[in-house]
Design a protein around this ligand. Structure first.
Ligand code: GDP
Ligand code: MG
Length: 370
């Protein structure tokens, strides 16, 4: 179905339209400048030019923007920052997530069974921090590709005995593209041969300059394994959060993002959701992606049953009819009937776009892939 004209494609490729028309002819596609090309033709041409085609499939209501309620400034209250840990493989992301989790168990919830719900909260100096522990890159990229930005702060872990590696750079680029503040955690400082200064030096090339060198990036030396410097790292997260003033209105119907979901043998479909706006309550009717449901039960990352959950709280909920996808938007509606009808409409739109009816090809950034 209609996607892009020959002229538009030529422009995106930084080529003359006449050249593109000739090329298409050579590939067996007859086309004029104003003709819309189908996906196959575009892909054929792109591969001939050695460029990648990025498909963007807009589901009309995907961001639920039409349901967005306006918040007055006085309705907005502080909320915990949501933090993602990224970095090169083996640089210590998992070890750091585990270490932080064990370091600060919220009082009163100690003894609860640790649940893997895709995210957890710790408390330090009476302030909460939410950590996403879904496999860093994959979650971050797929959610971002779908327009769901769930992260407030990114910690980029770099092993002091290794250095800046491809996935380090990738993580930096993702965070920058999303305009998410970066804190660099130089890990494994306990190791022989660890050279944190070398890491600092190397990262200046990516415009991550420490404060002592006139920049504004926070660097923390840590050992995730020996649990060195973790409290300082948490303090720095709170410092960044204070400067950024993350806020949300807790006094309205909840909205958030599905961070994980699966079919549980006993519980049926479960979704792990990060609440981003409003407060979710047991009994609320909601849409998650193209699924709908009514919150039957809700637990936090300590396995504690909750009646309600406010902004930046990760929860696991049951009461869905189907399993939604990671990155799906989550929104509460006034009643189940409304939720069901919205979910059904979204399912139709999604099916249509999967069949190609709404496919748009954006080639904006293509040139740099060549
Ligand atoms: P990930 O791939 O980034 O999740 O890295 P992991 O957390 O799995 O860590 C990779 C390896 O580095 C494991 O063997 C960890 O025990 C080790 N490691 C992680 N942090 C430290 C640290 O601070 N010091 C030392 N010596 N080893 C560490
Ligand atoms: Mg890991």
């Amino acid at each position: 179905r209609g996607t892009m004209t020959v002229g538009e494609l030529a422009k995106a490729l930084h080529k003359d339209a006449s050249e593109v028309i000739k090329k298409l002819l050579f590939l067996g596609v007859m086309a004029t400048i104003n003709q819309e090309l189908d996906l196959d033709a575009i892909q054929l041409l792109a591969s001939d030019y050695n460029v990648e085609v990025e498909l963007k499939i807009p589901v009309e209501e995907d961001k639920f923007e039409q349901f967005e309620e306006h918040d007055e400034a006085e309705d907005l209250l502080g909320r915990p920052p949501v933090v993602t840990i990224m970095g090169h493989v083996d640089h210590g992301k998992t070890t750091l997530l585990d270490a932080i989790r064990k370091t600060n168990v919220t009082e009163g919830e100690a003894g609860g069974i640790t649940q893997h719900i895709g995210a957890y909260q710790v408390e330090i100096h009476n302030k909460k921090i939410t950590f996403l522990d879904t496999p860093g890159h994959a979650a971050f990229t797929s959610m971002r590709a779908r327009g769901a930005l769930v992260t407030d702060i990114t910690i980029i872990v770099v092993a002091a005995d290794d250095g800046v590696m491809p996935q380090t750079v990738e993580a930096i680029n993702h965070a920058k593209a999303a305009k998410v503040p970066i804190i660099v955690a130089v890990n494994k400082v306990d190791k022989e041969g660890a050279d944190p200064e070398r890491i600092k030096q190397a990262l200046t090339e990516y415009e991550l300059v420490p404060e002592e060198w006139g920049g504004d990036t926070i660097f923390c030396n840590i050992s995730a394994k020996q649990r060195i410097g973790l409290e300082n790292l948490l303090d720095m997260i709170l410092l960044v959060a204070e400067v950024q003033e993350f806020k949300a209105n807790p006094n309205k119907r909840a909205r958030g993002t599905v961070i994980e979901a699966e079919l549980d043998k006993g519980k049926g479909p479960v979704a792990r959701v990060l609440i981003q706006h409003g407060t979710l309550k047991v009994g609320d009717s909601f849409v998650a992606g193209v699924c709908f449901g009514r919150v039957r039960a809700m637990v936090n990352d300590r396995g504690k049953r909750l009646k309600e959950a406010g902004p930046s709280t990760p929860v696991e909920i049951t009461g869905l009819t189907e399993v939604p996808q990671a990155g799906d938007p989550f929104i509460v509606f006034e009643d189940e009937r409304k939720a069901r009808s919205i979910a059904e409409k979204r399912a139709v739109t999604l099916r249509q776009s999967e069949m190609g009816a709404n496919v748009r090809v954006t080639l904006d950034d293509l040139y740099k892939h060549i």
